[in-house]
Design a protein around this ligand. Structure first.
Ligand SMILES: [Zn+2]
Length: 411
């Protein structure tokens, strides 16, 4: 869900058009200059040169939803997270022709071997577990002989509760009220009088929840849920039968916590429960190990840190991915791998190709994430001096020889 440096460099025209230099004779628009720079940046010779460079990493692509229902892409999830099925079909075809689509496990094996991964390699991933992943994305992937990893938020599948970002969006988008007051904000009203105001309110409330520990987040969300007066007309998440069928059909199932809370905002106990229970529940459901994890959220708050990376490593996962733009390379810990978010405007395949090449060389721009993403592996706080091996991607053992898992879950 993060914006990327590549996105910023590519620009979308709006910012460029708005930029103007004041001068004595009036104003000089920089828009045409930005457009030329963008055209050069994304041109075949430049992208082809980047493609030929041997030292960039592989790229893990991040999708959420494959859906072109306009009501879904406004009242349920933000529109930038929904890629239309025909676009996804063309994208997978493009990736199959011009890249090497690998499973996440294959990519992690490549990284663990210490070799630089093939720069043509791309792994496809999906976050959250939306029902269209099974209904629309899975058949398209199968048709192309491609594979992908689906990170599932288990609580939303188990009790059919709505993923909190979806519930929050639905409550605000569907209300007829022109303003709304919440006790947790001291009953100060929030403006909902226009589409823009509603989107602003959703961003504000989402950011607020991301900064809350579990108890506070539950309080805030239950009050928002009280305001959600309209029934859900669509099924939101996949069910267990669908998840099992995808697993049996060659897809990889990964964990994405139980409740999708922002992990750096949680205490150690919640952190361990959210990560550990999602792994156990998925393993029970599919009858196979679940080796890969995706940190929930991103954007307006830090969504992973050393403490969460250490718990993920200690619980026996082989990898964890972030929402930070960058390459999958041995430069980064296997527990803090950057990805590239695919947004609807990458419907232009040359743009998708360019963004993949730029992501191969990108550096995470958030300084704190950069710090934890470097190959310096996450340190298990309770394993005095012992670390998880980024090279092997496997948890090590504590000084007394006990696995880190036992130590990590003990807090
Ligand atoms: Zn998510």
């Amino acid at each position: 869900m993060n914006g990327s440096r590549a996105d910023a460099a590519a620009g979308n025209g709006r910012g460029a058009a708005a930029l103007a230099l004041a001068s004595e004779s009036g104003s000089v628009s920089l828009g045409p200059l930005f457009r030329v720079a963008r055209r050069i940046r994304n041109s075949p010779p430049v992208v082809g040169t980047l493609r030929a460079l041997p030292w960039g990493g592989a790229v893990i692509l991040r999708y959420h939803s494959i859906n072109d229902d306009p009501a879904w892409g406004s009242d349920y999830i933000q529109s930038s997270l929904a890629v239309p099925p025909d676009v996804f079909d063309r994208q997978v075809g493009y990736l199959a022709r011009h890249h090497r689509i690998v499973s996440l496990t294959q990519l992690i094996d490549d990284l663990a071997s210490g070799r630089r991964p093939d720069g043509r390699s791309v792994a496809i991933t999906f976050d959250d577990g939306y029902e269209d992943n099974f209904r629309l994305a899975f058949p398209i992937l199968r048709r192309h002989g491609a594979t992908a990893t689906f990170y599932v938020t288990t609580g939303a599948v188990d009790d059919a509760s709505i993923l909190w970002p979806v519930m929050l969006r639905h409550a605000i988008r569907r209300t007829e009220a022109r303003e709304i007051a919440f006790r947790f904000l001291g009953s100060r009203p929030i403006d909902l009088s226009s589409e823009r105001a509603k989107e602003r309110a959703i961003r504000f409330l989402t950011g607020l929840v991301k900064h809350c520990g579990e108890t506070r987040a539950r309080e805030v969300l239950s009050e928002v849920e009280e305001a959600d007066a309209h029934a859900y007309e669509k099924r939101v998440m996949m069910n267990w039968d669908e998840i099992r069928e995808m697993h049996e059909g060659g897809m990889t199932i990964g964990a994405h916590t139980v409740r999708h809370y922002n992990l750096p905002s949680q205490d150690r106990e919640t952190l361990t429960r959210e990560i550990g229970e999602s792994k156990r529940r998925l393993e029970d459901a599919i009858g196979a190990p679940v080796d890969h994890f995706a940190y929930p959220n991103g954007r307006t708050a830090r969504h992973c840190d050393r403490a969460s990376a250490a718990v993920v490593a200690g619980l026996g996962f082989r990898s964890a991915v972030t929402s930070v733009t960058g390459p999958a390379s041995p430069r980064y810990s296997a527990y803090c791998l950057p990805r590239l978010g695919v947004v609807p405007r990458y419907r232009e395949l040359s743009l998708l190709g360019a963004e993949i090449q730029y992501a191969r060389f990108a550096r995470p721009r958030n300084a704190s994430l950069d710090e934890i993403c470097r190959a310096d592996p996450p340190r298990c706080a309770c394993a005095a001096g012992e670390t998880v091996s980024a090279a092997s991607g496997r948890p090590g053992t504590g000084q007394d020889g006990r696995p880190l898992e036992a130590e990590a879950t003990g807090r």
